[in-house]
Design a protein around this ligand. Structure first.
Ligand code: PEP
Ligand code: MN
Length: 326
C-alpha cells in the first residue's frame, strides 16, 4: 500500500498518526510527484478510508491483489444446510482411512451422538511408501456416504488423482485436497470445475501466499468455496511430526478473514498433544478443527499414533459451543 502525502505535509506527523493505528512505514519514496510512504505487508489489511482521512495524506493506493476471488470470498463456506466458518466452530472427525464398512458406520454413529456433523475418512490415501496401505478406494466412498447419510453427517474425503475427481465429488460434500497436492495445478483445476466446497490442506512447505493462490485456482475454476486447513509445516524438530503453524492460521483467520480448520492430528502426530492443540486452535478463533479417531488405534492401518478414541472428541465438541470471537 502506498500513502501519498500533500506537499506541505510533515512526514513525521503522518508516520505518528499511522503508528497510532498500528501501521508501520517500511520505506519512503521521494519523486517529483512528492513524498510517498510504503506500507508493508503486515499492515496491508488496513482501512483505506481511515488512512485517507489522516491530516497530510493526499491519496492512498492499494496494489491489485494476486488473489481477488479469495479476498472477496468471505469468512464462511456453505455445505448444504451447514456452514464452516459461521457462528459456531466446526469439528470434522473420523478415521485417517476408511478401513471397512463396519468401521466407518461404527465411528460415524458414535461421532454423530457427540454432535459431530462432518465425517472425514480417506478412501484414497497418499502414502510416502508404495508398500504402505493405500486405502480401500472406490468402495470406501460408498461406505462413507452411507455412514454419513444414516447419521445425518457430511462427508469430507480426499481426492488424489484427476481421474477420481468425478467419483469423489459425487459422494463427498467437501472435497479434500491433501498437503502433497496443494500445488498440483491440474488437480486444482479439475476439482474446482466440480463446483463443490473444497478443504485445501496446506503443503508442508507452502508460504501463506502460495496457499492463498492455490485457493484462488480452485475459485477461478468453479469451486463453490474454499476452507483452508493448517496441518503443520515441516519443522526442524522431529519430536513432533510437523510444526503446527498457529501464526499462519491466525493470519488467514484474522487478517484475511478466511475460514481455517486446524488439524492437530497431522500437526503433531501424537495423540497426547491432539487435545491441547485443538483447544488452542479453538481459542484462537479459527473456523474449526479436524481430528482423526480410531476405535482400535493399535490396529489402525494408518496414523494410529495420532488417533484419539471417538469418545475423546466429546471434550473438543463441547468447546465449540461458544461464538467465535467471544
Ligand atoms: C489426511 O488428512 O488424511 C492427510 C493425508 O493429511 P495431509 O494431507 O495433511 O498429510
Ligand atoms: Mn492421517
Amino acid at each position: 500500500m502506498i500513502v501519498n502525502l500533500k506537499t506541505d505535509a510533515s512526514v513525521d506527523s503522518v508516520k505518528r498518526s499511522l503508528a497510532r493505528l498500528g501501521i508501520w512505514v517500511e520505506g519512503i519514496e521521494r519523486s517529483d510527484a512528492g513524498v510517498s510512504l510504503v506500507i508493508g505487508k503486515q499492515s496491508a489489511r488496513s482501512d483505506v478510508a481511515e488512512l485517507a482521512r489522516i491530516e497530510g495524506v493526499r491519496a492512498v493506493s492499494v496494489p491489485d491483489s494476486a488473489h481477488p476471488r479469495i479476498d472477496a470470498h468471505g469468512r464462511s463456506v456453505r455445505v448444504g444446510d451447514l456452514e464452516i466458518g459461521g457462528a459456531e466452530q466446526t469439528v470434522i472427525s473420523g478415521p485417517c482411512a476408511v478401513e471397512s464398512e463396519a468401521q466407518i458406520h461404527r465411528i460415524a454413529a458414535r461421532l454423530a451422538e457427540l454432535g459431530v456433523r462432518f465425517l472425514r475418512g480417506g478412501a484414497f490415501k497418499p502414502r510416502t511408501s508404495p508398500y504402505a496401505f493405500q486405502g480401500r478406494g472406490s468402495p470406501a466412498l460408498d461406505w462413507l456416504r452411507s455412514a454419513a447419510d444414516r447419521t445425518g453427517m457430511k462427508v469430507v474425503t480426499e481426492v488424489l488423482s484427476e481421474g477420481d475427481v468425478e467419483a469423489v465429488a459425487e459422494k463427498a460434500d467437501v472435497v479434500q485436497i491433501g498437503s502433497r497436492n496443494m500445488q498440483n495445478f491440474a488437480l486444482l483445476r479439475k476439482v474446482g470445475a466440480a463446483g463443490k466446497p473444497v478443504l485445501l490442506k496446506r503443503s508442508m512447505s507452502a508460504t501463506s501466499d502460495e496457499w492463498l493462490l492455490a485457493g484462488e485456482y480452485l475459485l477461478v475454476h468453479g469451486a463453490s468455496g474454499v476452507v483452508f486447513c493448517e496441518r503443520g509445516v515441516r519443522g526442524f524438530d522431529d519430536a513432533t511430526r510437523n510444526l503446527l503453524d498457529f501464526g499462519t492460521a491466525a493470519l488467514l483467520t484474522h487478517a484475511h478473514g478466511l475460514p481455517v480448520i486446524v488439524d492437530p492430528s497431522h500437526g503433531s502426530g501424537r495423540r497426547d498433544l491432539v487435545r491441547p492443540l485443538a483447544k488452542a486452535a479453538l481459542a484462537l478463533g479459527v473456523a474449526g478443527v479436524m481430528i482423526e479417531v480410531h476405535d482400535a488405534p493399535g490396529e489402525a492401518e494408518s496414523d494410529g499414533p495420532q488417533a484419539l478414541s471417538p469418545d475423546d472428541v466429546a471434550e473438543i465438541v463441547a468447546l465449540t459451543r461458544v461464538k467465535r470471537g467471544s
